[in-house]
Design a protein around this ligand. Structure first.
Ligand SMILES: [Cu+2]
Length: 359
């Protein structure tokens, strides 16, 4: 409401000024008034200069005094490259912005209307036109192609021994799925997702699913390539790991991926920041509904040994949801139980009991 009043006021003032200006010019045209421009013109020109000094000074002062809040320690290999690209682009644009601002305001002041002074007719200037064409024609493609090269590098296929982890976004929580001992994620099918246990939509006819496990924190090994496979169950979400400079949308119906290598363990980052309470975290950066704020996911970067130890301590999804053994084809059941870490004998009895029960 307040902004509407302010806008209305500005509009009224602008219209009043236009009426005043037009009537003053009409008087000049009729010969009733000699002076085309009054003393306010010089004042306006000076005010432009003052505006330039205050705004540019404010811009540099604010950027300098708040510089720290725009930088975040980086903990990934490609993050160093993207940071460098960001600061090069920032440097170039700040230089261009400063030069253009100074030229614009100084020219307004310098070439303000003066009685008897005539404007110089300058139809074109080849050198100026060439400079304005060639400089951007070199700088912009260099920036764009460096960015494209880095992007292609990030999104190119991961190496064979990359650590594959799946991240699933849904309103309003993240879950991670790890491939287990076989290092391969089992097949999923969204049609198999239910609200009792199969939140991943695991296809239990695929023997790679039996040792997959779920985690409510993203554990990553340090100095090892990681391939994040990302999907969403309902609406758009976005994986954002700021310290690793990772950002990729989670799109329903269109799996995405991002590969990166973390370079600092959680403990190393705690030491670097002299803050033993520090933890990495992942956020959703897509406004995905009213619970969006709660899509915060803890991230732990371990040494390779700690990471392997943590993986071994995790229970497979099938072990946590033994009822789903009945969905495993009979011929695969025993190997599924072995792979899932279920006691074979007890498992068979459980399956028989549930199968009989459901009949
Ligand atoms: Cu979200």
């Amino acid at each position: 409401m307040n902004s509407i009043i302010v806008l209305g006021l500005i509009l009224v003032l602008a219209i009043l000024y236009l009426i005043f200006r037009v009537s003053s010019l009409v008087r000049v045209a009729k010969g009733e008034k000699e002076q085309r421009v009054d003393s306010a013109n010089g004042l306006n020109a000076t005010l432009f200069l003052v505006f330039m000094i205050v705004s540019l000074g404010g811009f540099f002062w604010y950027s300098y005094s708040h510089f720290g809040s725009y930088t975040l320690p980086v903990a990934s290999e490609h993050g160093v490259q993207t940071d460098a690209m960001f600061w090069i682009t920032m440097g170039i644009t700040v230089i261009a912005f400063t030069i253009i601002s100074i030229i614009m305001f100084v020219f307004i002041y310098k070439y303000q209307y003066r009685e008897g002074q005539r404007a110089k007719f300058l139809p074109d200037n080849h050198y100026l036109a060439l400079a304005c064409t060639i400089i951007p024609a070199i700088v912009l493609p260099v920036l764009i192609f460096t960015g494209l090269r880095t992007w292609n590098d990030i999104t190119s296929p991961a190496s064979k021994d990359a650590e594959v982890i799946e991240l699933i976004g849904q309103q309003w929580a993240w879950t991670a799925r790890y491939p287990g001992k076989d290092k391969e994620l089992g097949k999923v099918n969204f049609k198999l997702i239910d609200n009792v246990g199969n939140e991943f939509g695991l296809d239990l006819t695929d023997n790679k699913t039996y040792d997959d496990f779920k985690s409510l924190a993203l554990h990553l090994p340090v100095n090892k390539e990681i391939l994040l496979k990302i999907r969403a169950k309902d609406v758009l979400h976005s994986v954002f790991l700021p310290h690793f400079r990772v950002k990729m949308d989670a799109v329903p119906g269109m799996p995405t991926h991002f590969k990166f290598t973390a370079t600092k363990t959680t403990q190393e980052m705690r030491d670097e920041l002299s803050n033993q309470a520090f933890n990495y975290e992942m956020a959703c950066t897509e406004i995905c509904g009213r619970g969006h704020f709660s899509m915060r996911f803890p991230v732990v970067v371990d040494t390779e040994e700690d990471y392997e130890r943590w993986k071994l301590s995790q229970e497979t999804w099938l072990k946590q949801n033994p009822d789903y053994l009945k969905n495993v084809p009979a011929g695969l059941r025993e190997s599924a139980m072995i792979k899932a870490g279920l006691p074979v004998q007890a498992g068979v009895i459980a399956v028989q009991a549930t199968t009989v029960g459901s009949n």
